[in-house]
Write a protein that binds this ligand. Structure first.
Ligand SMILES: Cc1cc2nc3c(=O)[nH]c(=O)nc-3n(C[C@H](O)[C@H](O)[C@H](O)COP(=O)(O)O)c2cc1C
Length: 193
């Protein structure tokens, strides 16, 4: 699979790191990564990692203003794009088709070419503006996958929560994984005999 991964300046870049690591270590996917400028700050803050270190988890990386890169053109065939995490700012820009950087341009292409686009929005609480933008995109076929892990798989560590959300994204991409136990888990007690 040829995938574009976009990382914006929302909290939860740990989800992006897990997704990239999984794709690199467990699949033969070709990953093209683009990181916004605010995302660099969040990566430094939350992962204590610099951009170069983070970029090692993708085969191809582009600068945010590199409109000459392959992912800037609809003529390049990509199977899917995942924006993880997605800030409310990038969400709004995508919903309006306002493509002022490479990440937004790649998302705009995904929509116009009717390709799989998965967005993991992160904010709390959501305002009506955020919700309207999400609804608009969902109605266009964009997958809105909030960073909202379930707890029915009985997570013990932060990694279990991250794996759940990343696993659900992999499900949407039809990439097999064992990142969490599916419902009903072996631990689930059933009343029926
Ligand atoms: C540590 C940190 C965490 C942030 N978390 C969020 C967040 O969860 N959601 C959000 O919409 N913006 C968040 N922001 C603000 C965005 O980074 C800011 O709106 C920025 O303009 C987003 O630009 P981008 O979409 O191009 O990355 C955060 C900023 C920082 C520094």
């Amino acid at each position: 699979m040829k995938l574009v991964v976009g990382v914006t300046g929302a909290s939860g870049v740990i989800y992006a790191l897990k997704l990239l690591k999984f794709l690199q270590e467990q699949t033969s996917s070709e990953v093209h990564l683009v990181i916004s400028n605010p995302a660099e700050i969040v990566i430094e803050h939350e992962l204590e990692m610099d951009k170069k270190e983070f970029q090692k988890f993708a085969a191809y990386s582009y600068e945010i203003d590199d409109f000459l890169s392959p992912i800037a053109s609809g003529s390049q065939q990509f199977d899917a794009m995942i924006i993880i995490p997605c800030s409310m700012s990038s969400l709004a820009a995508i919903a309006q088709g306002y493509t002022t950087n490479l990440l937004l341009r790649a998302a705009d292409i995904s929509i116009k070419e009717k390709r799989t686009l998965i967005i993991m929005p992160r904010e709390l609480p959501f305002s009506p503006i955020h919700l309207e933008n999400m609804l608009k995109l969902a109605n266009l076929g964009v997958h809105i996958v909030p960073a909202a892990p379930g707890f029915y798989h009985k997570p013990k560590h932060i990694e279990d929560l991250v794996n759940f959300v990343v696993g659900r994204i992999l499900d949407l991409l039809h990439i097999p994984h064992n990142l969490f136990s599916r419902w009903p888990s072996k631990k689930t007690k059933r009343n029926d005999s």
